[in-house]
Design a protein around this ligand. Structure first.
Ligand SMILES: Nc1nc2c(ncn2[C@@H]2O[C@H](COP(=O)(O)OP(=O)(O)OP(=O)(O)O)[C@@H](O)[C@H]2O)c(=O)[nH]1
Ligand SMILES: [Mg+2]
Length: 455
């Protein structure tokens, strides 16, 4: 992994809490021999030697040369492979100054421990059978979750509900496979014909895969979130609406045209959906180099958006915007907002959403529209729903589904059953790869290098 082999034999450490100043920081260490190694730099080596697993030991970490204290710490001890990684491990709760944490890192390095690569702790947990791949991915999704609902959905996956569902589907395919194999064994001379292909079982498996696949869009939405861009002419009220959406005075509002010259980005949650909102520079002709660059950036953001709020200034005839933003108005991602309704405005453009960003009138309706557009008719998932979020899981499910579809097709065409069985085998492999049973090192590398915990 980036020239790094995820060796599981040595001792690794990493900061488990965020990198920054805090009351307490936790450094996690994993690997056989780590307790013995720590004895050399701990003020109470005897206590450390005698303590049992799942206990806390209080003491000081000492400088190796001078034996002066580096920090007062609490060590959480996990023996006999009972740590998170399935290995011997220690968690150091120390004081949360960055300089202090750095000194402890240096101390650990001098004890022949090394800084863990991203995801390496979870990788070890997976390698030692502490979790399957769906749970390992859930750990990553929990760490990076951006809304309460996204967090709950990832927790469900960590609890293994996705794993159980996939196992159930696998059992159905295995059952179908065994029915075929019996026929292959006992009817070697007459293996053509589809007399006993278990259509029902295979269809049931395929139906379940389809149901799970249908959760991907919503899982991705609540996990990864969406990008919303506020666009429109200068002075239309974009920054005012931006602040309203964030419930804070984040962006400068003024009646000077071209106030926002570069985009401003912020995060919020809309009905459980993590949303990244961009306030942009209004599009207009300008000779100003800085403003032109701002406008170029606005265009790039618009291309990349999941949802665009196009603000029109209702007090102006705004034919200019209609021309300038003509393409946007026809874009299915676009909601046209008719702003400044508290002032005498022209009648709102057909299909637009009347709003007074200044007073908040019309805001609730606009928010509901934003949520329903982002959700694209999908219902809000319940906290206990099994939902997939990872593109890898989606791809494996598609592979399994295609193989089952092919199997049914071949069986219907009375193709020899051993050929049909190959398709079932392919489906099983895809399902196995989902849970990590047969995952290749390439896949493992991709998943675990995606982890970004610690520093
Ligand atoms: N009366 C009224 N004034 C508004 C409303 N929305 C915005 N304004 C005013 O319109 C002016 C421009 O608002 P901004 O939010 O700065 O507009 P903008 O689209 O961000 O403008 P640029 O950054 O220049 O592109 C400010 O004086 C706001 O107070 C509204 O709903 N009603
Ligand atoms: Mg602005």
């Amino acid at each position: 992994m980036n020239g790094y082999s995820y060796d599981t034999k040595d001792m690794i450490y990493a900061l488990a809490t965020p990198w920054g100043t805090s009351a307490i920081a936790v450094i996690r260490i994993s690997g056989a021999g780590c307790i013995e190694a720590l004895k050399e730099v701990f003020s109470r080596p005897e206590a450390l030697a005698k303590c049992s697993s799942h206990t806390l030991v209080h003491g000081q970490l000492l400088n190796r040369q001078t034996s002066t204290p580096i920090d007062e710490v609490l060590l959480s001890i996990f023996k006999d492979g009972r740590g998170f990684t399935g290995e011997e491990s220690v968690e150091i709760s120390c004081h949360g100054s960055m300089a202090g944490v750095e000194s402890i890192f240096k101390l650990l390095t001098s004890l022949h421990m090394r800084s863990a690569a991203p995801g390496e702790f979870t990788f070890r947990a997976f390698m030692h059978g502490k979790m399957d791949l769906t749970r390992a991915e859930a750990v990553m999704e929990i760490v990076s979750s951006q809304s309460e609902l996204g967090h709950s959905l990832a927790l469900e996956r960590l609890e293994g509900h996705l794993f159980t569902l996939i196992e159930e589907i696998k059992q159905l395919v295995l059952h179908a496979m065994s029915v075929i194999e019996v026929q292959l064994d006992y009817a070697e001379d007459e293996i053509s014909g589809n007399v006993d292909f278990p259509f029902d079982t295979v269809e049931r498996a395929r139906g379940r895969i389809e149901t799970l696949l249908a959760t991907y869009a919503v899982g991705k939405l609540y996990g990864e979130g969406a990008k919303v861009v506020l666009a429109g002419s200068t002075n239309a009220g974009k920054s005012t609406l931006f602040n309203l959406l964030l419930r804070e005075d984040r962006s400068i509002v003024s009646d000077v045209h071209g106030t926002t010259r570069d985009f401003i980005e912020s995060k919020t949650v809309l009905d459980g959906i993590p949303v990244r909102i961009y306030d942009t520079a209004g599009l207009r002709d300008s000779d100003d180099m800085v403003e032109m660059e701002g406008i170029r950036r606005t265009r790039r953001l618009i291309d990349d958006a999941d949802l665009i709020l196009l603000l029109l200034d209702g007090t102006e005839h705004d034919s200019e915007s209609a021309v300038r933003y003509g393409n946007l108005m026809d874009d299915t991602r676009c909601i046209v907002v008719w702003n400044k309704t508290d002032l005498a405005t022209n009648p709102p453009l057909e299909g637009s959403f009347p709003l007074s960003a200044k007073r908040g009138e019309g805001f609730a309706r606009l928010r509901d529209e934003m949520v329903s557009r982002l959700r694209k008719d999908a219902r809000r998932p319940g906290v206990q729903d099994v939902v997939i979020e990872s593109a890898r899981q989606r791809d494996e499910l598609i592979r399994a589904k295609s193989a089952l579809t092919e199997a049914v097709l071949l069986a219907n065409q009375e193709v020899p059953l051993d050929i049909v069985a190959v398709e079932l085998g392919e489906a099983l492999e895809a399902l196995g790869s989902l849970t990590g049973e047969v995952a290749s090192s390439d896949i493992l590398e991709k998943i675990f290098s995606g982890f970004c915990v610690g520093k």
